[in-house]
Write a protein that binds this ligand. Sequence first.
Ligand SMILES: [Fe+2]
Ligand SMILES: [Fe+2]
Length: 279
Amino acid sequence: MKTRITILCENLVGKRVGLGEHGFSAFIETGRGNYLFDTGGGRSIVANSLTLDKDLRTVRKIFLSHGHYDHTGGLPEVLNLKGNTDVYAHPHVFVDRMAIHKENGTETKRFVGIPNKKGYLESLGANFVFNTDFTEVEKGLFLTGEVPRKTHFEKPDPKLYREISGKPEPDVFLDDQSLIMESEKGLILILGCAHSGMINIIHHVINQTRKQKFYAILGGTHLDFLTPEQLEESINVLNQLEIERICVSHCTGLRAACRLHLEFGDRYFYGYVGSVLEV
Ligand SMILES: [Fe+2]
Ligand SMILES: [Fe+2]
C-alpha cells in the first residue's frame, strides 16, 4: 500500500469540500496503519474526516507538534471517537501560552496554549508518551525532539509568550517537534508551525538520520511573520537541498506561500484541507 498523507485541518479549503479553520492536522495512511499528526483547533477535524473519508477510529498513534491550541484543540474530539491512544508530545506541550499584540498603544493578550488539561485528556483515553530527544517511534518513523537553534536568521516570534507562575516570558518552544517518515523516494518531513526554524529542523533531521534526500516537506513554516531576511535566507538554503515536493501552508502565510510557489514552481503545492501527498 502507498503511503498517503491527507491534510485534514488547515486555514483554507481547496477544491474539495470541508471546513477551514486556523490550524493544522494531517492524516497519515501507511501499510502498517494510520496515524494523526496534530488535531487542528477542534472545529473541523471530525467534519473533515467524514467528508474526506478518513476514519479517526483507525488512528494508531497521535503526534503533537507543540502546545498551541490550533494544533491540539481537536484532541478531545478525536479521543471521543477513538478512546485509548498513545499521544506523543514534548513535556512542555502543557505550558500556558499567550500571544501579545501591541497596536496603537493598546496591548491585547490572548491565550493560545493547549485548551485542555492533561487529566481531562487522559480521562478520554490519551496515554501521553513524552520525548525530548530525537526518537524512533517505529521503524522508519521518527520525532525530532528538541531542535538545536543554529541559523542566525531564524528568530522566535516576538508576539508569542509562555507563562511560568503567571509571568510572561518569550516562548522558546522547546516542545516544537516534527515527524519524519522514511520512504523509497526520500524522507517525508511534516512540520507543525516550525517555531524552531524550518532550516534548523531540516539540518537536525539530516544530522540525526544521516540522510539528505527529502521527498517532501509539509506543514506550517511561520515564514511570513518574522523578517524578510528569514524568508529569503530560508529559500536560499532550500535551493541547496534535495527536496522533491514542498507542500507548506498554515502559518507559512499567503505571501510566503506565493513566494515559495514562484521559487519552486511545480515542486510546490499549497496544502489546504483535502490536499493529498502520495508516495
Ligand atoms: Fe499553528
Ligand atoms: Fe504554533
